[in-house]
Design a protein around this ligand. Structure first.
Ligand code: NI
Ligand code: MN
Length: 233
């Protein structure tokens, strides 16, 4: 039993038989979040970059739960200096094995610095292969990138893509990303959190399903999506 829960913006919780992990747990100050940060108890936290809407509550959750934080080396050092005991600092192209399965740190076209202005290394996305076989790509904050065509040459069950524009790719480029990635399911995120990234997700879903064989699954904050059986579809 594996499931993906949307916590709002680009914050996600993935529950697997072998433990739970978070991606970019931005809850405090997130205008669309409906989850109490104290209710989260992950084994691992994956942080794509240092911007506040992604780093979010990582420090407080990691210090409270002793979760292992997996992130870019420079951002990992910054977290260690602030009391996070378990940090895995890696870099683009690297892979890491956890009880949940395997993760690869993949490129993202964006910027990254810490809330106090320190250099935080490159931003990244994540490609997970869960023990159940499901492969899920979190693009995180990125422009449309030629790297996505490379990822599309591997089997992909789910692609979680920003569609908000302004800070990341918008709907038209995210549609092009789906065509390059060719996932079975695409899930949009990083939109409608603030007016500057307001988008019509229904219109985007229609365009994707008209122009590709990918199914779009839209989640409201708090809603979940089952990851079981996708690898066998
Ligand atoms: Ni960002
Ligand atoms: Mn962002």
């Amino acid at each position: 039993m594996s499931r993906l829960r949307f916590l709002g913006h680009n914050a996600w919780e993935v529950q697997t038989e072998k433990g739970t992990f978070l991606i970019d747990p931005f809850l405090t100050g997130n205008p669309v979040a409906v989850t109490n940060v104290e209710s989260l108890s992950p084994e691992w936290i994956f942080v794509s970059h240092g911007h506040g809407d992604h780093l979010g509550d990582t420090l407080s959750i990691a210090c409270r739960t002793n979760a292992t934080v997996v992130t870019m080396v420079e951002l990992g050092e910054w977290l260690k200096k602030r009391g996070v005991a378990n940090v895995v600092g890696m870099n683009l192209g690297g892979e890491w094995e956890g009880a949940f399965g395997n993760v690869r740190m993949v490129p993202a076209l964006h910027s990254s610095s810490t809330p106090d202005g320190e250099y935080a290394g490159s931003p990244c996305g994540w490609l997970f292969t869960l023990l159940c076989g499901t492969r899920i790509y979190f693009a995180c904050d990125t422009a449309l990138s030629a790297e996505m065509a490379l990822l599309g040459k591997e089997p992909l069950d789910v692609a979680v893509l920003p569609i908000g524009g302004h800070y990341t790719m918008g709907p038209e480029e995210a549609l092009r990303a789906v065509k390059m990635l060719q996932p079975k399911v695409a899930i949009p995120c990083h939109y409608n959190t603030w007016p500057v990234i307001a988008q019509d997700d229904e219109k985007w879903a229609s365009a994707v399903e008209r122009e590709t064989t990918t199914r779009v699954h839209r989640l409201a904050p708090g809603e979940s999506f089952s990851l079981d059986g996708l690898a066998k579809m």
